[in-house]
Design a binder for this molecule. Structure first.
Ligand code: HEC
Length: 138
């Protein structure tokens, strides 16, 4: 019985965390900003994208949001318009920050970032709370 609960929870943990972090961001923005309508999560983190299927893209999106918002909000990477080469070199230098992430998941994050935040796509406008969010010290 206990095992069943643990397994069920484990399987859904990732999706649950992504949903929770999105809900918290949504609430935060909604309660503090008159411009809450400006933040369209589905538009910024759209799926499908690149050569990923809808399912692969949604999985990569969860992985990116969980992994990459542990220390800072998503502002620095959704505002980036990096080429594939620039993302590769950035991700190489940021790898040590997410040592527990598997190479496979890191590859998903890489695909997600490259297919969304590049010079071909417009820079998303964020509400002031997120727009002005500063990075933690290195
Ligand atoms: C362990 C904490 C931590 C995690 C996890 C983390 N970051 Fe960061 N990130 C930082 C810190 C600290 C900075 C401040 C500048 C620096 O040292 O690079 C930063 C800066 C950045 C920047 C701006 C700097 C630049 O060179 O463009 C981007 C973009 C970024 N992070 C993206 C990500 C992505 C994508 C992920 C997920 C793979 C991620 N971060 C995960 C700590 C973290």
């Amino acid at each position: 019985m206990i095992h069943f609960i643990e397994n069920g929870f484990g399987l859904n943990l990732k999706t649950a965390f992504a949903a929770i972090s999105l809900a918290i961001i949504g609430l935060l923005v909604h309660s503090t900003s008159a411009s809450a309508q400006e933040l369209d999560i589905e538009k910024i983190f759209f799926c499908p994208a690149g050569d990923m299927s809808e399912d692969d893209c949604l999985y990569a999106r969860d992985t990116t949001l969980i992994t990459c918002t542990a220390c800072h909000v998503f502002t620095p990477f959704v505002k980036a318009q990096k080429t594939e080469e620039e993302w590769d070199s950035f991700l190489e230098s940021h790898r040590g920050r997410v040592e527990e992430t598997s190479d496979e998941d890191y590859e998903d994050i890489s695909k997600f970032l490259k297919s969304h935040f590049n010079p071909d796509n417009p820079v998303p406008q964020l509400p002031p709370e997120l727009e002005n969010y500063s990075l933690p010290p290195a």
